[in-house]
Design a protein around this ligand. Structure first.
Ligand SMILES: NC(=O)c1ccc[n+]([C@@H]2O[C@H](COP(=O)([O-])OP(=O)(O)OC[C@H]3O[C@@H](n4cnc5c(N)ncnc54)[C@H](OP(=O)(O)O)[C@@H]3O)[C@@H](O)[C@H]2O)c1
Length: 212
């Protein structure tokens, strides 16, 4: 599949490398495609990746993946131009510093996922790949147990394709319902961040689903 990844940092770079290994074609869309760090990433991925503007990456991708910091998300989406009809995976978390430190800027009455849908007119937005650290996206399997990744979105026809793409990374994928449930997934991400960064768990652990 052709994937346009907007942002080539921790999350974008990790996802691009992992999907390239699975045979997908990657186009990173960044503000400065000739920057050394972006070119080094492209070189590392060999013939499977290239870099250009967000608009070029969005045109290339059958699926677009948004991996910018939250404050840059709206500008990044606008810089893609018309993405009506495209599938857009939103991996952002609406993080901001508050009186108690890092927290979610929104969450009760809307979410980053829903805001992204509002900016990405006509695109089919799915909230996913936001609830665990980027290191776990490179290797989501812990002692043979797949860690969990959720997918929330309203487009039932395209959801199986998104689930397959996320599952290809090695996650157990759970359909978390409509895009509105991005509010829950972003809070879930905040729990991972809190435990990882403030409560001593570090980055090398993940949530998994167990059943009886
Ligand atoms: N880090 C994690 O473990 C993790 C896990 C799950 C979700 N997330 C979420 O994923 C997002 C990215 O996190 P990250 O850690 O990967 O951040 P990061 O390492 O800072 O990477 C962000 C990338 O976005 C690019 N960017 C910024 N503004 C842009 C724009 N207008 N157009 C195109 N590209 C732009 C940056 O390029 P420049 O070099 O030009 O700045 C950089 O390549 C955040 O929303 C975060 O909350 C992070």
């Amino acid at each position: 599949m052709k994937l346009g990844i907007i942002g080539a940092g921790n999350v974008g770079g990790t996802l691009g490398a992992a999907w390239a290994q699975k045979g997908h074609e990657i186009f990173f869309g960044v503000r400065n495609p000739t920057a050394d760090k972006t070119q080094a990433l492209v070189q590392k991925l060999g013939g499977k990746a290239r870099a250009g503007t967000p608009a070029e990456a969005a045109t290339f991708g059958d699926v677009i993946v948004l991996t910018t910091p939250w404050p840059q998300a709206e500008a990044a989406i606008r810089s893609m131009g018309n993405i009506s009809g495209k599938i857009l995976l939103d991996a952002t978390n609406p993080l901001a510093m508050g009186p108690d430190g890092l927290g979610l800027e929104i969450g009760h009455s809307t979410s980053a996922g829903e805001k992204v849908q509002g900016w990405a007119k006509g695109a089919s937005v799915f909230k996913t790949l936001n609830t665990t650290g980027f290191g776990n996206m490179a290797n989501p399997v812990f002692h043979g147990v797949k860690s969990v990744m959720f997918v929330a979105g309203d487009d039932a026809a395209n959801k199986p394709k998104v689930i397959e793409l996320v599952a290809a990374l090695g996650f157990e994928v759970v359909d978390a319902g409509p895009l509105r449930n991005a509010r829950l997934l972003e809070a879930h991400a905040m729990l991972w961040i809190e435990l990882a960064l403030k409560r001593g768990l570090g980055r090398d652990w993940a949530f998994a689903v167990v059943r009886r």
